[in-house]
Design a protein around this ligand. Structure first.
Ligand SMILES: [Zn+2]
Length: 286
């Protein structure tokens, strides 16, 4: 259980009462059982978003950087299927050195400065944001939840709420939840998010090979010991993912290779990287 999962748990308290429905997902083409309606997903994201931001040191103290990540995120999000166009996408650059990115249902996408500082071009940024957008459109969190679990978790969190500080509340939620819910995705979900991310970034005019570079960056970062990037603990199966991304690049995206229509935008990324490196140090994680 990590911070991300804990905060999602909290927000689920509100989702527990919503009605489940069977529907075809426009991004994946698969029929799936949805616990939450779109409105519920958005409400959950709105509710959990500020706490999630706070848990990761708040937003970076630089409006230019925040606007930049938002601009690239919105550009990539324009490539989503029409069923998802009305999602109120929001992109948050977290003031945290951990290497992570994640999304809440309803269109809230988060990325740490620790992740961004390891990048060298805009296509990589588009790759990470596109991957997280893919988790949202494929409704992966929703899929992870059994209705029973949500109700159980909701009751546990609600029961612990009276007079508790935020930290205690989360702890109580975790104890009561007893590992019933984890934000850790499976390898199929990861590859699906990679593939959707490549679709959206390519539609936005970015070279989808940026997605492969992101995986190489993470692989490199995980060699440092200390358990590796937090991102890999919620986004497993790096080798499987690399293999599938390579297949897509060779096959579906062959025409994007060395094609100037699919940008890397190193030059526009470089000054942002400079700004990022010049920021005061991120607060230490609690
Ligand atoms: Zn993922």
């Amino acid at each position: 259980m990590n911070r991300t999962a804990a905060i999602v748990l909290l927000a689920l308290a509100g989702a527990a009462a919503s009605l489940a429905a069977c529907a075809k997902n426009a991004a994946t083409g698969k029929t799936q059982f949805n616990l939450m309606s779109r409105d519920r997903e958005i409400a959950m994201g709105m509710q959990a978003g500020p706490e999630m931001t706070k848990a990761y040191g708040g937003e970076v103290p630089d409006q230019v950087l925040r606007d930049y990540v938002t601009r690239i995120g919105l550009k990539v999000a324009q490539g989503v299927e029409k069923e998802y166009r009305d999602i109120p996408w929001k992109f948050t650059l977290l003031n945290s050195d951990v290497i992570n990115a994640f999304a809440l249902p309803g269109g809230q996408v988060f990325m740490s400065r620790g992740m961004m500082v390891r990048m060298s071009n805009e296509a990589q940024l588009a790759g990470v944001l596109g991957h997280e957008i893919g988790h949202v459109t494929a409704e992966h969190i929703d899929q992870r939840l059994g209705r029973e679990q949500a109700i159980q978790i909701g009751a546990a969190v609600a029961g612990a709420a009276a007079g508790a500080e935020y930290g205690q509340l989360i702890e109580a939620g975790i104890l009561q939840g007893g590992g019933a819910f984890s934000l850790k995705y499976g390898r199929d979900e990861e590859s699906q998010a990679d593939s959707l991310g490549m679709r959206y970034m390519a539609r936005a005019g970015y070279n989808p090979e940026g997605q492969l570079q992101v995986m190489q960056i993470l692989k490199e970062a995980s060699k440092g010991g200390g358990g590796g990037p937090e991102w890999l603990s919620t986004h497993p199966a790096p080798q499987t993912r690399i293999d599938r991304i390579k297949e897509l690049l060779k096959d579906k995206y062959a025409k994007t290779r060395d094609n100037p229509a699919y940008a890397w935008n190193e030059a526009s990324f470089a000054p942002m990287l400079e700004r990022l490196k010049a920021l005061p140090p991120a607060p230490k994680a609690k």
